[in-house]
Ligand binder design. Structure first.
Ligand code: ADP
Ligand code: MG
Length: 256
């Protein structure tokens, strides 16, 4: 099925937890098919923003639109159904299951025949099952995971687990991919490999990617545009070159 990325418009979003304002009137826009970075020091509100986009958190004010659909107010599964997939800052894989089975859980939203149809061996269910496995294999190939498909996740290195987490999100065939700190905790070699993988995903699939990162240098070679948060406020938005020399951005990073 042909997928087409749409523009994501975040407009005046505010999120509060009791007395804490995690996001204060934040706006930015992701152009279809681009890599957009959301950066900022710890506690800036980056994960909160992903949680809003994915439907896990409610907003106190503001709207999020994806193409002509309004995402604010929708449940997480409804947003996933519109082609938005995410990864988590802390890996959320089934450690005892194989890489292949973890990738297949990313197909859930696309499984029409359901578990019962599969168990009964209905022809349509069998055909769909082959489709799901073929997609998982293609994603594994794209991410360099083919040799690991039969391995249990608990036997993998941390870097490989992060790739499986990315692969599971890609198995849902998203048009917008939300990545929460994909290189957190990685060594420099793993981190460079992940950067190449993200660039490859964008080139091969033409989808939009929101890349949330604490690490400023990592996003600079990857993103067309960068939005910078600090204490829940947007303090800068522009090209990597623009935000890198923004005095308020430098202050936020040096002061943290
Ligand atoms: P970042 O991902 O940029 O490090 P977060 O979005 O995780 O920042 O956090 C922003 C602020 O919101 C922090 O002060 C954090 O403690 C608070 N926060 C985030 N999620 C919750 C929650 N579920 N309950 C209460 N406070 C939260
Ligand atoms: Mg975070």
């Amino acid at each position: 099925a042909a997928v087409r990325a749409e523009a994501l418009k975040v407009d005046g979003v505010t999120v509060r937890f009791g007395g804490v304002t995690a996001l204060a009137d934040v706006s930015f826009e992701i152009e279809p098919g681009t890599v957009h970075a959301l950066i900022g020091p710890n506690g800036a509100g980056k994960s909160t923003c992903i949680n809003v986009l994915g439907g896990a958190y409610r907003v106190a004010a503001g709207t999020v639109r994806y193409g002509d659909r309004t995402l604010t107010g929708l449940r997480a599964d409804q947003i996933a159904g519109l082609g938005v997939a995410r990864t988590f800052q802390n890996i959320s894989l089934s450690l005892d299951a194989t890489v292949a089975d973890n990738l297949l859980t990313g197909r859930h939203r696309l499984m029409r025949s359901g578990v019962l149809g599969g168990a009964l061996g209905l022809p349509r269910a069998r055909r769909e099952d082959r489709e799901h496995r073929a997609r998982a294999e293609r994603v594994a190939e794209l991410l360099g995971l083919t040799a690991l498909l039969g391995r249990s996740v608990h036997t993998l290195s941390y870097g490989d687990r992060k790739r499986v987490e990315l692969g599971r999100a890609l198995c849902a065939e998203p048009t917008l991919l939300l990545l929460d700190e994909p290189v957190a905790g990685m060594n420099p070699a793993e981190s460079a490999e992940m950067a190449a993988t993200i660039a490859e995903v964008r080139r091969e699939l033409g989808i939009s990617i929101l890349l949330v990162e604490h690490d400023m240098p990592f996003v600079m070679g990857l993103a067309e545009r960068v939005t910078v948060l600090d204490f829940g406020r947007r303090i800068a938005d522009g090209t990597p070159a623009e935000v890198q020399r923004d005095p308020e951005v430098l202050r936020a990073y040096l002061g943290s």
